[in-house]
Design a protein around this ligand. Structure first.
Ligand code: FES
Length: 106
């Protein structure tokens, strides 16, 4: 049986030919990368081909599940605030995003 790929084909905007907002720069896990106004933090994190947004204390991978702020599977540390629901948080220029394990740092 073939292992399931975690790679994404690209941002939906590229696939559907939609127009993006202005380009901004954010830092994800210590690496600077491009993002666009109007994108959620979850979309920015997944654009780097990694669908795992956080892990539980036991090491289980979590990513976007509901996509509407109801399940808490997409938590990350955003601008030093742990447990930020990245699916309902919009990317801003200069934002610092970190994947978190468990409850994250206080
Ligand atoms: S994916 Fe459910 S709260 Fe973000």
């Amino acid at each position: 049986m073939k292992a399931r790929s975690r790679r994404t084909p690209g941002r939906l905007t590229e696939l559907a030919g939609l127009q993006r907002g202005p380009r901004i720069r954010v830092t994800v896990d210590g690496r600077e990368q491009d993002a666009y106004v109007g994108e959620s933090v979850a979309a920015v994190m997944m654009a780097d081909d990694d669908l795992e947004l956080r892990s539980t204390i036991g090491g289980a991978a979590r990513g976007v599940f509901c996509g509407m702020g109801a399940c808490f599977d997409c938590l990350a540390i955003v601008d030093d605030v742990p447990n930020t629901r990245t699916c309902v948080t919009w990317a801003k220029d200069g934002m610092v995003i970190q994947r978190q394990c468990g409850a994250g740092e206080p």
